[in-house]
Design a protein around this ligand. Structure first.
Ligand SMILES: [Zn+2]
Length: 521
């Protein structure tokens, strides 16, 4: 009997050696949006050692590869792993340790929520909350009296929804070197760093925060985040976690400019890139701290710059000399103009440095072309328009609204517009970003001609982010040699009707060919 089988088996083995190559994973029976240069759609791909080794038609891949694991996508759509061009990844994770105040309608409600939370969370040194928005309060009066009375011995720090101002109690002020003659507890932008320096998070808390943030993002199909403001030590923690296999997320880190940061950059690894200085030039519209050429509606307030033109120029020159990227937060049209002028003076013409303006929320007509002239990338967050539309109408004049929240005009400058969320300021679901870029809010001042097409919006949450991060050789599209980061959705966002879009769900998320999220039915 033995002899009868041995010959055919040997023949079979020989045939398979000749005909098939092996792969760790073959994904097939799918509609794969490769987001390559030609925006081709494939049906199958083979993955080896975390990278795509072949992608194409069903029969091409299936006739060529034998896989250790075979994944039948049952004709579902697959996209490159979504990328968030601007978020606060670590910060959002640390929020998991803090109190969500976004639903509160008054200072009394805020105090009540904090008291309840504190009963179950006695260990942490600081009591931290986030998400308050006085524009939604019945009475927008800010006052820390209740916080002083109820938390005499505990420093309390509450982030406004936009992260551009705080409410703190007396005990928190006492932890800093600041002295306010009289304070209702409201802290404006320029003093925030004094408080954040004083907060003590343990390494264990930061690790827990990062793990929490990662899980949250994977469940949304996001496989790469650009954290828009980290310190060198936070970057090192991320690096350490990635190396020990406790963090799978691809991270592009922007470091707040500092001497320490200049000694840390660049880090250019497979899953971690850090070659960007982040600078905050103005505030936000909601806090009335974004810097405009004309005053806010019905006021004499213009907002203001948080640093001088000269300081920005000095940082820009350092970044340029190091071949680093520079990312400047600018929201008001005056701040955007200063950022473009200063960058332009250093850059002098078109270049491949991928310097960027974060938010670029209000861009004057005469400044628009400067993006192209100096190859400066606008990094925008389409969901902000949806969240801000009523507030913006109250704060801004018609002429300011007319040049706010633009997408298409910005895209036309460099044919690139990376999209982000600013999470936890806005929702981190990239399908909402996609929706809000393609179907923008319906207001008389919101020009529908500034909407992106679906193809542009998909590039905006994938390939263009990779271009802006300069990680396009590793991710951003599903092509041979790139990391096998992809997401499977339950329906095709490139085809379904508008009203179905926001219900599209992530079924599976993969990073480097490994499953990191799966929807449980
Ligand atoms: Zn931000």
């Amino acid at each position: 009997m033995k002899h009868i089988y041995s010959i055919p088996l040997a023949v079979l083995f020989f045939v398979s050696c000749v005909k098939f190559k092996t792969a760790d994973l073959v994904v097939h029976n799918a509609r794969i949006y490769t987001v390559n240069q030609k925006f081709e759609v494939a049906q199958a791909m083979a993955i080896q050692d975390g990278k795509i080794i072949a992608i194409g038609k069903e029969h091409e891949i299936m006739n060529k590869y034998r896989a250790v694991k075979l994944l039948d996508a049952e004709t579902r759509p697959i996209y490159p792993g979504f990328m968030d061009a601007h978020c606060h990844f670590l910060g959002s994770g640390l929020n998991s340790l803090a109190v969500d105040l976004s639903e509160c309608k008054s200072m009394d409600e805020v105090a009540e929520k904090l008291k309840t939370f504190r009963i179950n969370n006695q260990d942490s040194k600081w009591l931290i909350g986030y998400g308050w928005n006085e524009n939604n309060w019945e009475n927008s009066l800010i006052d820390n009296q209740l916080l002083n009375e109820n938390f005499e011995e505990t420093p309390v720090l509450l982030w406004r929804v936009d992260g551009h101002s705080l409410i703190v109690n007396k005990k928190a002020i006492a932890q800093t070197n600041l002295e306010f003659e009289k304070s209702n507890g409201l802290v404006s932008e320029e003093y925030i760093s004094e408080f954040t320096k004083a907060i003590e998070y343990t390494e264990a808390e930061k690790k827990a925060g990062l793990r929490f943030a990662e899980e949250n993002y994977f469940s949304k199909g996001v496989t790469s985040v650009s954290d828009a403001g980290l310190t060198s030590s936070e970057l090192r923690l991320i690096e350490k976690m990635q190396e020990s296999g406790t963090l799978d997320m691809n991270v592009n880190a922007m470091l707040y400019f500092s001497k320490e940061a200049s000694m840390t950059l660049p880090i250019l690894k497979n899953k971690l890139t850090a070659n960007t200085y982040k600078v905050v030039l103005d505030g936000s519209v909601g806090s009335q701290s974004a810097c405009f050429k004309k005053p806010y509606k019905g006021t004499n307030e213009f907002g203001k710059l948080l640093m001088t033109r000269d300081s920005l120029a000095r940082i820009a020159q350092i970044a340029f000399d190091q071949g680093a990227q520079l990312a400047v937060h600018a929201i008001g049209d005056s701040a955007v103009k200063v950022a473009l002028d200063v960058m332009g003076k250093v850059l002098k013409g078109t270049n491949g440095l991928a310097w960027r303006i974060e938010h670029a929320q209000t861009v004057g007509e005469s400044e628009m072309e400067l993006f192209r002239k100096f190859s400066i990338i606008p990094s925008v967050q389409p969901t902000h328009l949806w969240d801000d539309k009523d507030m913006a109408e109250k704060k801004l004049n018609d002429s300011q609204l007319a040049i706010s929240y633009r997408l298409k005009s910005l895209l036309e400058q460099n044919q690139t517009i990376p999209l982000g969320t600013d999470y936890p300021v806005a929702c981190n679901n990239p399908i909402h970003t996609f929706y809000n870029a393609v179907f923008r809010a319906n207001k008389p001042w919101v020009l529908q001609s500034e909407n992106l097409s679906r193809e542009e919006a998909l590039k905006g949450i994938t390939f263009w982010v990779a271009l802006a991060n300069k990680t396009y050789e590793q991710n951003g599209s599903l092509e041979i040699g790139k990391s096998a980061d992809f997401v499977i959705l339950d329906r095709d966002i490139m085809k379904i009707p508008k009203d179905e879009l926001q219900s599209a769900e992530v079924l599976k998320t993969y990073v480097s060919g490994g499953l990191v999220f799966e929807k449980i039915n």
